[in-house]
Design a protein around this ligand. Structure first.
Ligand code: ADP
Ligand code: MG
Length: 228
């Protein structure tokens, strides 16, 4: 099967003044379609940087990212943004919803901006799968943390992205909401075949996926290769 994501010797060096920080120091990883991968590792080891680079939010200093067969490293910013909008759905710890829009519009806006236009069937399928049907008129401030994260997940998957990239999606949630959100991610993976790469600090959260990728000091020290 074709890989959905492949990185080859990926480096990311941040420079501020004379100081250089190598956040990624040669990361080579394979992801198969339909995988649900957890990334674990100590704070500062490069997890978020890795997610940003594979999702086209940041460019690598060296090495290649192949996303659904497209080499991100040769694209300019505009082309990379276009590709990201069509192929990647991001979920963040702090939800990042627009506070003045209700849940419906937060999700629909993503479909208008990034997709091929509003698709009512897809909208209904996703919002009901995520248990959001009765919450569509509420603004983020009127929703619980768990509900806000479910809206953010709906927004991320509404355009049928090739891959969901989640950066500590349960980091701001209580245990019950965390379990609920993780269960939803597992359901999207199992029922829709959605490929997911999720950073987590929680060893239990990592058990929801099929593979754990361990990072340390800008390197993947375990779990880099698909086994099936
Ligand atoms: N925009 C940035 N500018 C400079 N250094 C950064 C930037 N983003 C991250 N870093 C540094 O890169 C390293 C990896 O950070 P990060 O990818 O956020 O790690 P993690 O998500 O595993 O906590 C850290 O040393 C961090 O301070
Ligand atoms: Mg991080």
């Amino acid at each position: 099967m074709e890989l959905i994501l492949k990185t080859e010797n990926l480096w990311k060096v941040y420079r501020s003044g004379r100081v250089e920080v190598a956040a990624l120091r040669g990361v080579s990883v394979d992801v198969m379609p339909g995988e649900f991968i957890s990334i674990m590792g100590p704070s500062g080891c490069g997890k978020s940087t890795f997610l940003h680079v594979i999702g086209g939010l940041a460019s690598p200093s060296k090495g290649r990212v192949l996303l659904d067969g497209n080499d991100l490293s040769v694209l300019d910013d505009a082309a990379r943004t276009r590709l990201r909008r069509h192929k990647v759905g991001f979920v963040f710890q702090r939800f990042n919803l627009l506070p003045t829009l209700n849940a419906h519009d937060n999700i629909a806006l993503a479909q208008h901006i990034h997709g091929d236009g509003f698709d009512p069937h897809r909208f209904e399928l996703i919002t009901s799968m995520l248990g959001l049907t009765g919450r569509m008129k509420h603004r983020p401030s009127e929703l619980s943390g768990g509900e806000q994260q479910r809206v953010a997940i709906a927004r991320a998957i509404i355009n049928e992205p090739k891959i969901i990239l989640a950066d500590e999606p349960t980091g701001n949630l209580d245990t019950q909401s965390s379990d609920n959100v993780l269960g939803i991610l597992r359901q999207l993976n199992k029922d829709l075949g959605q490929t997911i790469v999720m950073i987590t600090h929680n060893p239990e959260a990592a058990t929801y996926g099929n593979r754990v990728l361990h990072m340390r000091d800008g390197l993947v020290v375990d779990g880099a290769n698909a086994t099936h």
